[in-house]
Design a protein around this ligand. Sequence first.
Ligand SMILES: C[S@@+](CC[C@H](N)C(=O)[O-])C[C@H]1O[C@@H](n2cnc3c(N)ncnc32)[C@H](O)[C@@H]1O
Length: 255
Amino acid sequence: MDSTATGAALLDQLPPPLPAARVIALNQPKADLHTPRSYTWNGWSFDVPPGVFIPGWTSRLVHERLLDGRIETRFRRYAAMGAGLGVEAVAAGVRGAREIYALDVHPESVATAARHYARLVGERPDTRLVPVVGDVFDALPAGVKLDVVTFNPPAVSQPVSEDPDVVRNVCVGAPLLARFFAQLAERDLLAPGGEVYVIVSNTADLRTIVGDALDRGFTAEIDHLHDWQDGVLTFLLKFQRAPKSMTQPIRGGLA
Ligand SMILES: C[S@@+](CC[C@H](N)C(=O)[O-])C[C@H]1O[C@@H](n2cnc3c(N)ncnc32)[C@H](O)[C@@H]1O
C-alpha cells in the first residue's frame, strides 16, 4: 500500500471491508454499555454514563494527536464530531483551541462532554466550548467556520446489534459519513486551509466513504496508518477542500 497516494489513486488502494463474520466478531458489543463506567487517560478521570461510548485504542490515536498538536487545534476553531465522553474537547481546550464545538446526536454525550470540559479545562480567556446536540452539523449555528474537524465515526459496515445505542456508537455505516461530507461541502463549513480528520478501519466500507468525500470536492490523504497485526488496518484520513480547479467527478457524482 502506497501511503502517499491521494485522490483516485488512494481510492483504488483502499482495502475492501473484512469478511462480514470477522467484522461482527471484532465488534461484539460490550455488555456494560447501559451501566455507569469510568475511564482514565493522561491522568484525567472521566465518568461514563450509560449509553456513552467509552474510548478505545482507535479513539486514543486521535486523542494523543490532539494533545500533542499533530492534529493542531491551538488558536483554531475546532469541531469534535461525535464528541462522546468529551476527551477530544478536553484535549483541545488544554491545547488552547479558540472555539470548540462538541457535537453529538446523543444529548447525554454532549452533556457529559460539557461536564468534563468544565471540570478538567474550566474557564480560559481565549478558549470557548460550544456544546451542540444534533444530527451531524444540523444544529451548528449559522455562520460558523471551522479550521479543524475530527470524527471517529460509528462506521462499521455490518449491523452488530439491534440495540440503538450500540448502533449509534458502532455501526451506522458509510451513509453517515456521506451526510457528514455533504453538510461540510454544502454549508461551506471549512475555513480556508481547513482540515478534516476521520479515523476508519477496514471494518468499514473505506472505498465508499472516501469516494463520497472525493465526489463532494474534498482531497483525501492518509495521515497515519496503523496495522493492529490481526487483519485490522486503521486509517487516519485527512480531507481538505480541493481547489475549484482540481474538482472533478471521480465516479460520475457531484463535482
Ligand atoms: C465511536 S463513538 C466516538 C466517541 C469519541 N469521539 C471517541 O472517539 O471516543 C461515535 C460517536 O458518534 C456519535 N454519533 C453517532 N451518530 C451521530 C450523528 N448522526 N451525529 C453526531 N454524532 C453522532 C455517537 O453518539 C458517539 O458518541
